[in-house]
Design a protein around this ligand. Structure first.
Ligand code: AMP
Ligand code: MN
Ligand code: MN
Ligand code: MN
Length: 281
């Protein structure tokens, strides 16, 4: 089997960002999925972590403090996961606050574009679907599905929200090296999130990995549920080439994406040094 049930999952979202589940329910499901160790990695926020820490202490699940920060590299949105961060560090909190402010401005701009496309009150409708945070694109996608404009969220991205589509708003996220520095400064390990998901050729992806390593990035997400076996082994080789650790994560967002399950991902190739080794040093 390409996908196995693992005891470690270092990539998942709560409703503090674009996950569907509140932190309580996510942790309950993580336990029931047989996980022993998790990282909660919300987009540009650590708001769920204090409550997560409390709950994990009670139930014996090991929690790694995480975050998934949006950045730019070569005109592409690139996500960097931070693992083992000090989520209370004032500098990190200020930096994430600036990310959330960018998200707020972008959400309003997306709302305006959708209004002009005939969806009056789009921002308000998306905000209602994201009661705990700033509406992200999946919330706008859900709003478009609810309005009957699209069959599912995937179609909403294809028709409206993906890059270059009519409701797309380009965001000037900080550069990749800057975001890696933020994570290191907060005592964390910077992990390049889902490298196989970017629309890059292998040559360009290799350049991204090199730039990431030179900036102080320490690990690649090798085992991701959406990576093909071929991508997993190519990434494992990149880890060896650049002396990087390997991470594993489902990128779970909730039960409605049935093809992504907590703890389910390809196994880490034996040539990889697990990022867990780095976190324990
Ligand atoms: P944002 O952070 O607002 O830019 O939204 C990006 C998020 O949207 C990702 O983290 C995914 O959860 C989701 N996403 C991105 N592309 C798609 C897609 N094609 N279909 C469904 N969800 C997507
Ligand atoms: Mn997401
Ligand atoms: Mn991501
Ligand atoms: Mn994610």
């Amino acid at each position: 089997m390409h996908i196995i049930a693992s005891e470690v999952d270092f990539h998942m979202h709560t409703s503090a960002s674009d996950g569907e589940l509140a932190v309580e329910e996510l942790i309950d499901r993580a336990q029931r999925a047989g996980l022993q160790q998790i990282a909660i990695t919300d987009h540009d926020t650590v708001a769920a972590l204090p409550r997560a820490r409390q709950l994990c202490q009670q139930c014996g699940l090991k929690l790694v403090a995480g975050v998934e920060v949006s950045s730019r590299w070569a005109n592409q949105d690139i996500h960097v996961v931070g693992l083992g961060i000090d989520d209370q560090q004032p500098a990190l909190q200020a930096r994430l606050a600036s990310q959330i402010q960018r998200r707020r401005e972008r959400a309003m701009a997306i709302g305006e574009k959708l209004s002009r496309l005939g969806f009056a009150g789009a921002y308000e409708a998306a905000a209602e679907i994201a009661p705990q945070g700033v509406p992200a694109r999946p919330h706008f996608a859900e709003m478009l599905v609810k309005a009957g404009a699209c069959r599912d969220r995937k179609q909403a991205f294809q028709r409206y929200l993906a890059a270059a589509k009519p409701a797309y708003v380009r965001t000037e996220w900080p550069q990749l090296d800057e975001v890696v520095a933020w994570i290191r400064d907060a005592g964390g390990v910077a992990v390049l999130a889902h490298p196989g998901r970017y629309k890059l050729t292998r040559t360009k992806l290799g350049r991204l990995i090199q730039a990431f390593a030179e900036a102080g990035g320490e690990a690649l997400e090798v085992s991701v549920s959406t990576h093909t076996p071929d991508t997993v082994s190519w990434l494992a080789n990149q880890c060896v080439k650049f002396g990087l650790y390997a991470s594993q994560g489902s990128d779970y967002h909730g039960p409605s994406m049935r093809w992504v399950q907590l703890g389910k991902m390809p196994p880490l190739p034996s040539s990889c040094q697990p990022v867990l080794d780095r976190l324990n040093t």
